[in-house]
Ligand binder design. Sequence first.
Ligand SMILES: [Fe+2]
Length: 308
Amino acid sequence: MLTRIPKTEIKRGMFVEAVECSEVAFGKRRFFLDSDREMSAILKSPAEFVLINTTLGAVGGNGARLPDRGVASLPLSPAQARAEAAATVARSTRLLKAELIGLVTGDPFDMASIKPVVEEITQADQQTSSFFFEVTRLKHKDETTFQHSLAVSILMGKLGDALDLDVETVELLIVAGLLHDIGKLTIATGILQKQGALTAAERSTIKSHPRRGHQILKSHPAIPEEVLDICLHHHESLDGSGYPSRLAGSQISQLVRISTVCDVFDALTSVRPYKQGWSAGKALGWMFERDRQFDRKLVLRLGAIIDA
Ligand SMILES: [Fe+2]
């Protein structure tokens, strides 16, 4: 049954059929309202009313029941949800690719241009996020950096949520995930995708990607400091063995630590043409054992999300 309620009466557990506003963020999305982020996004939107489906979710609000509009459609089946997630990942990858290449070639940075990708990630429910992980595990040769960035961004957003970081910080993490490896776009594909052993010079070139990326991003005043920090330092290690600055311990911020854990997790679990990805459990266990490198609390929290 469909019920129209004022947005101020929304609560967790409701199934939202529509948010009555024209913002792209909500589009035609139907979703379970199960996070503070979604609640906040609706409350901040220009919408006054929300259409909820009381057959599929919690009942609430004092809004008038809508006149008979027929039976609401059922939630997507897992197969439909997986197909929708795959389409979203493909669309977001295309958009991200265009934006990152634009930045490298000197276009100005406009947060609004990556907003649709950020919104896809922030609006995803638990099931959709799981399918995002599934789809982005398989990296296509020419899209590896973009799909990795998207996957890391999704993981960082979910981890930020799980840590109860505020909405603005979670959005920063998502943006940082999308941009963190932009420096790789300035490195020859032949080196990035080389399957054999790298020479010392090639390894050094690849390790220069955080500085290259930071150089690109810092020329754009609209890019927040935290995003620059993550771009430059996402390969640092708690024991000081990382690069490029050999930061250690408390010199590495919590947001950077979040990026590191998500970055390595995605790298270990990704399937590439030349390697099988590790299982999530194996990757988490490997990182958990290396608490001199990775923040163990964050690894545990990431595990809780992945298992959820
Ligand atoms: Fe990187």
